[in-house]
Ligand binder design. Sequence first.
Ligand code: C5P
Length: 400
Amino acid sequence: MLKGKNIIVGVTGSIAAYKAAYLIRGLVKKGANVQVVITPAGKEFITPLTLSTLSNAPVISEFFSNRDGSWNSHVDLGLWADAMLIAPATAATIGKIANGIADNMLITTYLSCKAPVFIAPAMDLDMFAHPTTQQNLDRLRTFGNRIIEPAEGELASHLIGKGRMEEPDSIICVLEHFFAEQKDLREKKIVITAGPTYEKIDPVRFIGNYSSGKMGYALAKACAERGAEVILISGPVSETIAHPNVTRIDVESADEMYNEAMSVFPHVDAGILCAAVADYKPAVSMDKKIKRESSAELTLQLTPNKDIAASLGAIKKEGQVLVGFALETNNEEAHALDKLKRKNLDFIVLNSLKEKGAGFRCDTNKISIIDQKGAIAEFPLKLKQEVAVDIVDKLATLLL
Ligand code: C5P
C-alpha cells in the first residue's frame, strides 16, 4: 500500500523524536519515498544526519541553504506529497499549525500541502489534556487533518498518562489503511444535494431554513477524497469546496434543485440527499416588493414542493444507490424507516435532535443509519467530517 507513495515526515522537538527514526525506516522498508522536514527544536533531539541516512534524502529544515543560498520550496514539497505525517507533533507545533503561524519550514510545508495530513501528538499528560491543546486538535480535525491519538503510558516526566506518541508500527498501519481505502470510489459518480432552499415570496424575501450545508459539503469532500466524481447541487450556503473531483451546481429553490437532480441522477451511481428542501413554497411569488401599507394582515398561501428524494427513488435503476436523511422529533426510528420505504432509499441517516451538538448549523452530528431491513447502526457524537466518513463507508459497501 505504501509502495511508491510520497510521504513528508515532519519531526518536531519532542523526546519522542527518536521514534521518528524507526518510523522513517519502516516507511522506507515498505517502499515509500520519504522526505523529512525537521523544526529547529527537532534537531536538538535527533540529528538530521540520522534521519537523512534512514530516508535516503537530505533533511530539510531551513528555508534556504546558508552555503549557496539555494531555496527549499515548501510549495513544491506540498504538491509532491501523497500524505504528510507530523510525528512527533508537539503542543507548540499543533498550536502553530492550527493558527497559521508559519515561522518554520515544517509549518509552511503544512500550509502548502494539498495531501491528507496525519498528526501524531507527543507531550506530557497535562499539556495534552489542556483545553488549548484539545481545541487546537479539534480545529485541525475540522480542516480534515487526521489525529493519531497518543497512547497512555509512562511519559518523559515519569508521570503516567495519555501523551505518548503512538508506536511507529501503529502509525504505519494507519497510513496503510488510509491508502487502502482512499480510492475505493474511483470511477464512481455521486450526486449530492446540500444546504437549504430559498422559496421566493417577493424580490427581497424568501422562506428558508437553518441548514448550513456543512454535512453535505463534508460528504462531497469525503467522496471526492476516495476518488469519486461528485456533482454537488447546493442551495445558498457560505460553505466552500475546492477539490478537483467536485463540480458544484448552485441553486436557490426546491424547483431548481429538483430539475438539476432529475437531469443528473440517470448518469450517476449514487445519490446522497442531504439538502433540507423546503416542503412548501409560496403559491405565487410577487414581482414587486410587498408593501406593509398594502393590507393590515398578510396571508401567504403555500403549495407543496416536489419531493426530490421520492422522485429519484421512483426512477432509480438497479445498481444505483440512494441515500436520504431524516430529522424527526418523535418516534424517530419508525418515521425514518417509513420514509426510507416511501422514497425507495437504500439507507437513511437519522439525525438525532435529542443530542446537544447535533443537527443544524453545528460542526458535530450524531447519527443512526437505518437500512432497508430495518437494522439500525448507532454512532457517537462526532465532527461532521468524521460522520461523513461513516456514511461514505456504508455507501461504499453497497457500491462495490
Ligand atoms: O420527508 P422529509 O423532508 O423529512 O425527508 C427528508 C429526506 O428527503 C432528505 O434526504 C431530504 O434531502 C429529502 N427531501 C427531498 N426533497 C424534498 C423533501 C425532502 O429530496 N422536497
